[in-house]
Ligand binder design. Structure first.
Ligand SMILES: Cc1cc2nc3c(=O)[nH]c(=O)nc-3n(C[C@H](O)[C@H](O)[C@H](O)COP(=O)(O)OP(=O)(O)OC[C@H]3O[C@@H](n4cnc5c(N)ncnc54)[C@H](O)[C@@H]3O)c2cc1C
Length: 426
């Protein structure tokens, strides 16, 4: 098979890592192709942050890396080379002003993830990278232990074509939200040339529980304190929003706790989540408030009492939990029943029975083993001319803009290093 296209650097994947890698290599004078299997690049980026794109986070370096597992030290050089202020400057100088919100999270001022994607695509092209949509890489071509090119299927035609190149950046993302094009192909490419994968599992995902409560739509609980228990010991705590879904729990606080929950559950440990719906009140104060409310003059039903304490859709749930009739006069609650109610308000308890899979997980935990990648260049330690960037690596950030920054920083460094490799081996 004759090469039909010759490039210095070929980037596989037009997501945030691939666009940064391609643009940076182009800036450094390389002839660059970015091959994207979908009809347009950065489909996942366009839906990030519920369509608003949490681009990065302005936390200090130390706090930032504290949100990344399993080995954030691996990112020291990539972050030292290109960090949050750099992506913000790049976007702002390409027509996307940004705003910073609660928790130091950075968003495009327009509130549109689409604007971020278009700006990065435009920037990569202006840097000289050529973008090929509907170009699906099938396999890497290696001679000895050096990259020579790759095999590509265009527009799903049966005949493959060959791209020849000196360096490849694998920026194919993870396995989550496969409809966006991230179907885990990069793991296959890495394994094809001898790389090891760590355990791949859905992360930042909903947790299936018993009990699970079904409402029309989801019910969001705001300002609640959520505690994760593993084998009876506290393993994590989050304050904020929780969503009650028909399968169990989701929402920002749960997604943050899901990294630990999923791993504990997979190791057959007993995982429980409790929600404190009244974190501002101690049990004593809450009980005193209930006594005060129930001793009001006139008829005051249990249902009316609960309506003062809970979001309305939760009232029937609590009546079921308490096994009491809605019209019961609240003043007739005995001490044991009152304490049981306080217990359910301060410790609504859920046993973890599973977790949501690849179609719903925000990211993939696990990936190409970091032991086999040079942290100062993102180069494979096994194959000359091979570089890896973004979610394909065994790096996972929490919610808050960390995952995109990992993609931007490793992409930038991989593109820069691929260019240096080509120049050295010219
Ligand atoms: C719903 C959702 C919301 C999110 N919100 C945020 C957020 O607000 N902030 C944040 O920091 N992170 C967020 N993330 C995570 C973030 O989007 C990812 O971590 C990030 O996109 C990873 O970038 P990447 O470039 O490594 O991979 P991807 O964005 O997955 O891009 C990989 C690209 O490679 C292409 N590709 C794959 N295989 C091939 C092949 N064989 N040939 C050619 N092309 C191929 C794919 O089509 C895809 O375009 C969110 C994720 C999801 C699913």
């Amino acid at each position: 098979m004759q090469p039909v296209q010759k490039f210095d650097v070929v980037v596989i994947g037009g997501g945030p890592a691939g666009l940064l890698a391609g643009g940076r290599a182009g800036q450094l004078g390389m002839k660059v192709a970015i091959l994207e299997k979908m009809e347009k690049p950065a489909r996942k980026l366009r839906i990030t942050g519920k369509g608003r794109c949490n681009i990065t986070n302005l936390k200090s370096y130390d706090d930032f890396v504290g949100e990344i597992v399993p080995n954030s030290h691996f990112l020291a050089k990539a972050f030292g080379n290109f960090f949050s202020s750099d992506i913000i400057n790049l976007l702002e100088s390409n027509g996307v002003p940004t705003v910073t919100e609660r928790g130091q999270r950075v968003f495009p001022a327009s509130g549109k993830a689409w604007d971020v994607a278009e700006a990065l695509v435009g920037w990569a092209k202006r840097c000289g990278a050529q973008l090929f949509n509907h170009y699906e890489v099938e396999s890497l071509l290696v001679s000895g232990s050096a990259i020579t090119g790759l095999k590509v299927r265009v527009n799903k035609l049966s005949e493959s074509i060959v791209f020849s190149c000196k360096a490849i950046v694998v920026a194919t993302g993870g396995k989550s939200y496969p409809a966006t094009g991230s179907t885990g192909d990069g793991y296959r490419f890495a394994q094809q040339v001898g790389h090891t994968l760590t355990d791949l599992r859905p992360a930042l995902t909903g947790i299936e529980t018993h009990p699970a409560f079904s409402f029309t739509g989801r019910l969001t609980l705001k300002n609640v304190q959520t505690t994760l228990w593993v084998d009876g010991a506290v393993a994590g705590e989050e304050f904020g929003e929780v969503e009650l879904a028909d399968y169990g729990l989701s929402g920002p606080a749960i997604l943050k706790l899901s990294l630990k929950s999923v791993d504990a559950f997979r190791s057959n440990r007993k995982v429980r989540i409790t929600i404190d719906l009244k974190p501002a009140l101690t049990e004593e104060k809450l009980e005193a408030r209930i006594i005060r409310d129930t001793s009001r003059s006139g008829y005051f039903s249990l249902e009316m009492l609960l309506r003062g304490l809970l979001p309305p859709p939760l009232v029937p749930v609590y009546l079921r939990l308490m096994n009491l009739k809605p019209k019961l006069q609240a003043a007739l609650l005995n001490e044991a029943e009152r304490k049981k109610l306080v217990g359910h308000l301060k410790n609504l308890s859920f046993e973890m029975t599973g977790y949501r899979g690849w179609n719903e997980a925000i990211v993939t935990a696990g990936g190409v083993s970091l032991n086999e990648v040079d942290d100062s260049t993102m180069a494979s330690k096994l194959v000359q001319g091979l570089f890896l960037a973004g979610e394909v690596l065994d790096l996972t950030g929490n919610t808050g803009g960390y995952n995109l920054q990992i993609a931007f920083s490793t992409g930038w460094l991989a593109g820069q290093s691929a260019a240096a490799f080509v120049q050295k081996n010219a």
